[in-house]
Design a binder for this molecule. Structure first.
Ligand code: DOR
Length: 442
């Protein structure tokens, strides 16, 4: 809903130093103006919209740095409007989207097309990766604005697959912008697909694309990044072996992320939800869950992304191996992580850091990730007292399902503010709100 000034009263505000202040936050236009224990109402313009946040916790808006929103070309699964509604409901005020749409986002025109579509229909802020192909190196060096270059080292087909070391080396050696890798070794995957051919139990997916396939690709990306001191981000780290590798050897210019599903689900999920648990890189063992949690808490893994990758239930019902990999995530990630915080696995400030502050820092997104005067008014008010289950009928994602259905979660967003505008409040979306294109100062 459009308003120029907001006053959020009596919230438990997460401050940049990690402490909480019970007080007020005032926004003017797109910016946070004041943060104080009490802001006198008579100091504000008469059309200031006031929100009573008594008992609620105010966090910086979440930034999801890896999503697949399917537009253009695959809108039957999801589109930028439905996905951004799901973001607003989930407290995600900015997203970074991947290039495997149709056409691929592998040149300036395709990037401009996505930016135009997003400006017309996204309730939240947006940025789009450029995808590396065998022959678009000049584009990779020049396109703008983009958070970086996405390389699929494996588990992809078509032009976005870059599985030859010589070609990878060419990309790593030229330019300086961030390279984000989907690290799975394609040769090993193909060989194991043959070995396990004919098996239709989806649990075999985790054995075909096994821990070793992920480790081999991460090792190669790390080697090339070190050779050229190239800024590298490892997407959805999924194995204990990769976490151990980074713990021993992580240059200052390398970052890594983990998904809530790799922290909270493992191969036992196939028995319960079958192919809905199928994703790339696949779910691993409980041991991997534990090692990933420890790496996240220790700072070996820097932040969290959902890898929101919606597919229809019809597609997911086709039977393995004909089923597509991927699961939605943007409207459950924050309550999932806050529920873990309340259960003592981490703290609320850690969750806000992993899902907002650290992401803004790593991608050089100016003025986001903190609640302080001068920062963008991207905010989420969450309720840490009430538990509510994930219900299919509440979901905004067009695919209409979640791997976490039935999970009882706390920390659900009550109000989501994007650029000083209320995009979501008490179950209602304000679909006229529009986000802005993100900028990246790397
Ligand atoms: O499971 C996945 N699905 N992982 C990816 O990296 C791609 C995604 C998709 O686009 O469906």
């Amino acid at each position: 809903m459009t308003t120029s000034s907001l006053l959020i009263r009596h919230a438990r505000i997460l401050l940049p130093d990690g402490n909480f202040l019970v007080g007020d936050v005032q926004t003017q236009d797109r910016t946070i103006q004041q943060v104080a224990s009490e802001i006198p109402a008579d100091s504000l313009s008469p059309n200031t919209r006031e929100i009573d946040a008594n008992g609620l916790t105010l966090l910086p808006g979440m930034i999801d740095p890896q999503v697949h929103f399917r537009e253009p070309g695959l809108e039957y699964k999801e589109d930028l409007f439905t996905a951004s509604c799901a973001c607003a409901r989930g407290g995600i005020t900015s997203f970074l989207e991947m290039p495997n749409t149709r056409p691929l986002t592998d040149n300036q025109a395709a990037l401009d097309d996505k930016l135009r579509r997003a400006s017309e229909k996204c309730l939240v802020n947006y940025g789009f990766f450029i995808g590396a192909t065998a022959d678009n190196l000049p584009e990779l060096l020049q396109v703008s604005p983009t958070p970086g270059i996405k390389i699929f080292m494996g588990s992809m087909h078509g032009a976005l697959l870059i599985d030859q070391e010589a070609l990878l080396e060419k990309i790593f050696s030229q330019g300086s912008r961030l390279i984000a890798v989907h690290a799975e070794d394609q040769a090993r995957i193909l060989q194991r697909r043959q070995e396990f051919a004919g098996i239709t139990d989806p649990a075999i997916h985790s054995q075909i694309q096994d821990n070793q396939a992920a480790l081999l690709a991460t090792q190669l990306a790390l080697k090339l990044s070190k050779r050229y001191q190239r800024r590298l981000h490892i997407l959805h780290l999924s194995t204990a072996e990769e976490a151990d590798l980074l713990r021993q050897d992580k240059p200052a210019w390398v970052t890594a992320e983990v998904t809530p599903q790799h922290l909270l689900l493992n191969t036992s999920a196939y028995e319960e939800i079958g192919t809905l648990a199928q994703m790339n890189p696949p779910l691993r063992l409980p041991h991997d869950n534990e090692v990933l949690w420890q790496a996240l808490r220790d700072g070996v893994i820097d932040f969290i992304a959902t890898d929101h990758a919606p597919h229809t239930l019809e597609e997911k019902a086709q039977g393995y191996p004909n089923t597509p990999s991927g699961m939605p995530g943007v409207e459950t990630s924050l309550p999932l992580m806050l529920t873990q915080a309340l259960q003592g696995r981490c703290t609320v400030p850690q969750v806000a850091n992993w899902m907002s502050t650290a992401v803004a820092q790593a991608y050089g997104i100016p003025n986001k990730g903190k609640i302080a005067p001068g920062y963008d008014a991207d905010l989420v008010l969450v309720d840490l007292d009430t538990y509510q289950p994930v219900r299919r009928e509440d979901l905004q994602t067009k695919c209409g399902w979640s791997p976490f259905e039935g999970w009882s979660l706390t920390g659900w967003p009550v109000v989501t503010v994007v650029g000083g505008q209320i995009a979501y409040e008490h179950g209602q979306l304000h679909t006229e709100v529009r986000g802005q294109a993100l900028t990246f100062a790397q």
